[in-house]
Design a protein around this ligand. Structure first.
Ligand SMILES: [Mg+2]
Length: 243
């Protein structure tokens, strides 16, 4: 069977898991409340509005650091940290099952791709929280390797490089990174010579490529769109191992 790519690397949040529609609004509110708690001089409503506005103006900024600018200088760093900590780390077990909604077609895409290629997951965030999300989606079985890294520039690149080093069996093997952020998911994979696919969804949907490396080779509005395309390109029927 002709593989799509020999190795496919997926992002988690807003690529496979619909975080913007479910988990992000809850996490943003919790983060803003945590910041107000340690001295951010804003009401919860004005903090939420301000964050939306900041992201609209520049989707690349660290919103917690920017929001903290409203506070006196000596306590800004502490306020920003309270927001970031509360945003990335929380008790997944307290959230209802409805908060863990896969992106449209995500599970079907994983099923289809895992029969043809080796899959990997690279996700940035709080390690414990991300692990719980993976558990709740029950997707661990699809991946040959899972890499949980801290948020921030360069961390995904290091994970991509490690996957390339560990799993590449020949120079001809094709790797592709699939994600919703052109900077970390795509740009940081392109520098290794990989292909890139932009799932144009979620909170960073307005984040546009700034460098040639951030320009996707292909873009799709959802995993379902990508699945439909791949089904046409690679229509081979998969042999059922039980038959
Ligand atoms: Mg993402």
């Amino acid at each position: 069977m002709k593989p799509l790519f020999e190795q496919i690397v997926f992002d988690l949040d807003d690529t496979l898991l619909d975080t913007s529609g479910t988990l992000v609004p809850i996490a943003v509110r919790r983060a803003c409340l945590a910041m107000i708690d340690v001295g951010l001089p804003m009401t919860i409503d004005s903090a939420l509005l301000r964050r939306t506005e900041l992201l609209r103006l520049n989707p690349r900024i660290d919103t917690w650091t920017e929001l903290a600018q409203a506070a006196p200088e000596p306590i800004r760093a502490r306020i920003a940290k309270a927001g970031s900590d509360a945003f990335y780390r929380y008790n997944v077990d307290e959230l209802p099952a409805s908060a863990f909604r896969p992106q449209e077609g995500a599970l079907e895409l994983l099923h289809f791709a895992s029969q043809r290629s080796k899959l990997h997951l690279v996700s940035a965030g709080d390690e414990q929280t991300q692990r719980k999300k993976i558990e709740r989606l029950a997707i661990e079985k699809f991946f040959a390797s899972i890499h949980l890294v801290a948020p921030g520039p360069g961390n995904k690149h290091r994970a991509f490089a490690e996957i390339d080093r560990k799993f590449r069996t020949s120079p001809e093997e094709r790797f592709v990174s699939i994600g919703n952020r052109v900077d970390t998911d795509l740009g940081e994979a392109k520098t290794l010579g990989w292909s890139t696919i932009w799932i144009r969804a979620g909170e960073h949907v307005s984040l546009q490529p700034l460098t040639s490396q951030e320009i996707p080779d292909f873009e799709a509005g959802s995993p379902m769109v990508l699945l439909r395309l791949w089904e046409q390109q690679f229509p081979t029927t998969v042999k059922d191992p039980n038959v």
